[in-house]
Write a protein that binds this ligand. Structure first.
Ligand code: ATP
Ligand code: MG
Length: 417
């Protein structure tokens, strides 16, 4: 579990603000979901024979001995809510964000508590929905300045019957190479052979290099839909690589699957993954509803922004220095009025007293643009001194009444900068 420290939260906040703007601009509405759900919900949707359900879930018995789980991903809970509140009656565009939990080996880009932004859409079966989701994600990358570092990988994994036919061919091939497969994959040969395609073992991946490919087993309708999606991506000028081995690690997907990957983060290279899941709503007792979505790994997105030297800092505008207790009291109602009048202005008041010298040291360290100084003379004359701490500007002493004008000008200049 990782703390996100104050030095990093400005970058997180700017990413969250950008995401909210992009999502709203496409008409997606936020849904807020519980962090804990019954274990059964994840086992049924993600699949019993997957890495997540077999070995990564934080599950516990609650006081009533019901097995509960800290959510390892968001789609299952979102679909549960959509069914429970009957939200799938019209096309429904949703998003959520928050912590997810997986018991994995912690390393760069892999944590036990991490955060995802999830985007889900219900009710549209045609590939325009898939294209919109991908276009939306690309818009977010652009807004954050990471689009050049991300590559779209895409595939179609077909319908359940396509996969059943493929499964037979795959099991036939892999059965002949059983001894070269990793332990998990040997076991999954019987229980869930498609999961083997998602294996991270180099030995298994080598065997898979010559395995039959799923795309040869897709029916004509799925192939046409996939072709239509690709042509819409062309119209959007979104580059992609069709990766016939891409299957994703969760069982609920069908037809389109995609990932945004980067070569800037080493082994943990997938920043975003998603696809279509047309049978999940009915699995949870809802009426059959096509659906598609994706999840962004926010820690990896932050790592990518940092790798690209994208920084955000938000030092204060003013650091307030006062000569003594009398000057401090004099400043209080004035600062109160300033904050009310300029909600965007960041005003940090020096607390705890001390000499001018020590206060100015703190002012400098704070990174604020200006020191706002109330000395004895300023108090006596209803004036204030502005001392530049960062800007190339003159120190000036002005009447209290002129401060308003100065700050209005300062904020306007800061906005255009
Ligand atoms: P990986 O193959 O890296 O294990 P995954 O297929 O398990 O990823 P998904 O379940 O598709 O991941 O989750 C979507 C995104 O969430 C991933 O692409 C990644 O960016 C992020 N993610 C997944 N697991 C973690 C984790 N343990 N720590 C940080 N980010 C994660
Ligand atoms: Mg994983």
């Amino acid at each position: 579990m990782v703390d996100i420290l104050p030095e990093d939260t400005p970058l997180w906040q700017s990413m969250e603000t950008a995401a909210l703007e992009v999502l709203s601009s496409y008409g997606y509405a936020e849904i807020r979901l519980p962090i804990i759900e019954p274990t059964e919900l994840f086992a049924r949707s993600i699949g019993e024979v997957t890495d997540i359900v077999e070995k990564e879930m934080y599950s516990f018995a609650d006081r009533n001995d019901d097995s509960m789980t800290l959510r390892p991903e968001g789609t299952a809970g979102c679909v549960r809510a959509v069914v429970q509140h009957n939200l799938a009656v019209t096309p429904q565009r949703l998003w959520y964000t928050g912590p997810m939990f997986r018991y994995e080996r912690p390393q760069k880009g892999r944590q036990r508590q991490f955060h995802q932004l999830g985007v889900e859409s219900f009710g549209v079966a045609t590939p325009d929905q898939d294209a919109e989701l991908i276009a939306l994600s690309r818009q977010l990358w652009r807004r954050l300045g990471v689009d050049d570092a991300l590559q779209l990988e895409i595939n179609s994994i077909g319908s359940a019957s396509d996969r059943a036919r493929y499964r037979e061919a795959l099991v036939g091939y892999l059965g002949e190479h059983r001894e070269s497969l990793d332990e998990d994959s040997q076991r999954r040969l019987e229980t869930n052979p498609l999961r083997i395609l998602d294996s991270k073992s180099p030995g298994t991946q080598a065997v898979l290099d010559s395995a039959p490919v799923l795309s040869d087993y897709l029916d004509a309708e799925t192939q046409a839909e996939f072709g239509e999606l690709l042509s819409q991506l062309d119209a959007l000028d979104i580059g992609y690589v069709v990766n016939p081995r891409l299957v994703r690690g969760l069982d609920y997907y069908n037809k389109t699957v995609f990932e945004w990957t980067t070569d800037r983060l080493g082994a943990q290279s997938t920043v975003c993954g998603g696809g279509r899941y047309d049978t999940l709503v009915s699995t949870f007792g809802g009426k059959e509803t096509p659906a598609a979505g994706f999840a962004v790994g926010l820690e990896r997105l932050i790592l990518l922004m940092q790798a690209l030297d994208i920084t955000v800092s938000s030092p204060a505008d003013l650091y307030v220095v006062t000569a003594d207790e009398n000057a401090y009291r004099h400043s209080l109602p004035r600062l109160d009025a300033l904050r009310r009048q300029f909600p965007d202005l960041d005003v940090v008041q020096h607390l705890g007293g001390g000499s001018f010298k020590s206060q100015f040291k703190r002012a400098d360290k704070s990174g604020a643009a200006w020191a706002l100084v109330y000395g004895d003379a300023e108090v006596a004359n209803n004036q204030v001194t502005l001392k530049p701490l960062r800007a190339e500007a003159e120190q000036q002493t002005i009447a209290d009444a002129e401060l308003e004008l100065f700050l209005a000008g300062y904020l306007a200049a800061a906005q255009t900068a």
